[in-house]
Design a protein around this ligand. Structure first.
Ligand SMILES: Nc1ncnc2c1ncn2[C@@H]1O[C@H](COP(=O)(O)OP(=O)(O)OP(=O)(O)O)[C@@H](O)[C@H]1O
Ligand SMILES: [Mg+2]
Length: 231
């Protein structure tokens, strides 16, 4: 579904991603862990094309998409749930979803998205800025689904959410996986990350310093304390 090889990304002269190689197979959830400022969002930006890699390759469903503009990535079936949700504050829930709809391709329609997120169904006429953090997160996920993706990039979807809502996001990720979606998930919530992932990578200073199955990371106290600050 997705394959990065030796990706290097810069902001000006600042060399942030330093040779990232990873892949996501169809139907897989791959999680990226790592402390603040290690390059997780830059990785997402490099894939979807906001900050294209200066060196290295990104392949998606058989195409070399390395320097494609973001709108073409979305047309090809990639969607981003950005860090901090970024819903349109002045648009209603319905409008936030409708602006993202991708033609008639639609496995994901408005009624289906509202079925996945019943709380949004009660708030279709509310504006984005009247929603709670959890509702905004659900809306950001729903908006991404409206583009009908095969690959979902999710950047810290549980950030700032109460435990109950973290579990709700976990339920949604598991359900999307059952639907066959491939997901690249950036998370700092270790229990959630490990519960949904098929594979995990830890990013530190722009490099992958650990890759394994979730169970192996769970058992590896040294790596957890060194790179994730988990006691
Ligand atoms: N637009 C930018 N211009 C210059 N430097 C940037 C820019 N965005 C991020 N950086 C720097 O790149 C590095 C990686 O940032 P990035 O946002 O990718 O980290 P992150 O792992 O997503 O962090 P967080 O967990 O806080 O979201 C940091 O040192 C950050 O200061
Ligand atoms: Mg980030």
């Amino acid at each position: 579904m997705l394959a990065l090889s030796d990706v290097h990304t810069y902001y000006g002269e600042s060399h942030v991603l330093q040779g990232i190689t990873l892949s996501v197979s169809p139907g897989e959830v791959v999680t990226i862990l790592g402390r603040n400022g290690m390059g997780k969002t830059t990785l997402m930006r490099s894939i979807i094309g906001f900050t294209p890699p200066r060196r290295g390759r990104v392949r998606f469903k058989g195409d070399d998409i390395t320097r494609w503009p973001p709108y073409r990535m979305v047309e090809r079936g990639m969607a981003l749930v950005p860090q901090g949700r970024r819903v349109f504050a002045s648009l209603t829930v319905r409008e936030n979803l409708e602006v993202a709809r991708h033609g008639q391709r639609g496995r994901w329609t408005l009624p289906r998205v509202l079925e996945l997120f019943p709380r949004l169904g009660d708030r279709v006429q509310n504006r984005g800025n009247k929603l709670s953090g959890g509702e905004q997160q659900m809306l950001a996920i729903g908006r991404a689904l409206m583009t009908d993706p095969d690959l979902l990039l999710m950047d810290e979807p549980t950030e700032g959410l109460a435990p109950l809502l973290v579990r709700e996001v976990g339920r949604v990720i598991a359900e999307l996986k059952r639907e066959g979606l491939s997901i690249l998930l950036v998370e700092q919530n270790l229990p959630l990350a490990l519960s949904v992932a098929d594979g995990v990578h830890i990013l530190s200073r722009g490099q992958i310093v650990h890759s394994s199955r979730p169970a192996e990371l769970m058992a590896n106290e040294e790596v957890k304390s060194r790179f994730l600050g988990v006691a």
